[in-house]
Write a protein that binds this ligand. Sequence first.
Ligand SMILES: [Zn+2]
Ligand SMILES: [Zn+2]
Length: 167
Amino acid sequence: MKLDTRCLSEGEPLVFRHSLDLSGLLFSGQRVFSVPIDIEGSLEGRANGLILKGTYRTVLSLVCDRCALLFSREHSGCLEAVLQDDPPQQDREDIVLLQNGVCDLDEIFTPAIILSLDTKNLCKPDCRGICVSCGQDLNRQSCICGPRPTDPRLEALRRLLQDGGDA
Ligand SMILES: [Zn+2]
Ligand SMILES: [Zn+2]
């Protein structure tokens, strides 16, 4: 969604509401944004430029890093940006440049939302995952392989012994 900031009158914030569709983006093969993202906020003229304040809210479709279960989780956040015409009056990193006074909300919100995603996703904080030996979902049922070694060095040794046994 594009907003023309040239029609903005001073002291009167421009309020916007938008539905951002990022369903085409894949993260590790997963359509995380299967639901459109609700965006709302305002644009207001200030001495140092236009101030954009916005919030976003959606439901993410995620795959658990431990048990590979598909689950959904609410995700929301906010952002603030200073918008200025090209060339900018100040040399600041957080300034978003306007093209002929037009502000593209999708271009501003999309990177902020992607950066706000967690790198680790667990279906629940204490997800027990899948047994590396037999593939049993340990959230549902324990398996006969016994307790899993927690020390990564022991785990490597176990794998080595297992590989040796197969050869
Ligand atoms: Zn899980
Ligand atoms: Zn097992």
